[in-house]
Design a protein around this ligand. Structure first.
Ligand SMILES: [Zn+2]
Length: 190
């Protein structure tokens, strides 16, 4: 665990990266963990990437830091890096539902969702299904959100029947589910 670093956003000194957010600017340190969206410049995102790389070098098993780096790659429009890293993370952490979530998101962000290859859309459906099955109740709405985007922007747009697995995830959605807390995902997937 690295100790003693500066907040990538405001530069304030911080104790350890496990702390949820900066004491001064309140920006979370691990951006993928907080489901809120922070509008950060490309330059600032680069500083977060540097921090995550440092953490990973120090502690390769620090899942949250690695997954946050996937988010940075997606936000910086570096889809190939996001795809490669998310693939590697999923191989290393097959028990983490977020590994499936971010692998699916990086497939969706590899280009225009409507123009994905059918194999990619099916793989993403499978990832959403498997990750959703692993998650606790709290994580569900993330998966439902990504499933909805995939269904609407790929399957409906191309007049293709979605796989049963995707339908099953969507059936888990209840009318009361509140997606507004997941501001991070709409900011990425639209
Ligand atoms: Zn700060």
């Amino acid at each position: 665990m690295i100790e003693g670093f500066n907040c990538p956003n405001c530069g304030a000194p911080a104790d350890h990266v496990g702390a949820k957010a900066c004491n001064f600017c309140s920006t979370p340190f691990l951006l993928a963990n907080s489901r809120s969206n922070s509008s950060l410049t490309n330059e600032t995102l680069g500083k977060y990437a540097d921090l995550y790389k440092r953490v990973t070098k120090d502690d390769p098993d620090y899942f949250d830091s690695q997954i946050s780096l996937v988010l940075i790659y997606i936000k910086r429009s570096l889809p190939q890096l996001a795809e490669n890293l998310s693939k590697k993370i999923l191989e290393e952490f097959p028990d983490h539902s977020d590994a499936y979530l971010w692998r699916a998101i990086s497939i969706l962000k590899s280009g225009e969702i409507r123009k994905l290859k059918i194999a990619q859309a099916k793989e993403a459906s499978q990832l959403i299904y498997t990750g959703n099955a692993l998650t606790s109740e709290d994580g569900r709405s993330d998966f439902i959100y990504v499933a909805k985007v995939l269904k609407q922007q790929y399957f409906n747009q191309n007049d293709v029947i979605p796989p049963d697995q995707l339908i099953e995830v969507l059936e888990g959605d209840c009318m009361e589910s509140d997606h507004s807390s997941e501001a991070l995902l709409p900011s990425i997937l639209g």
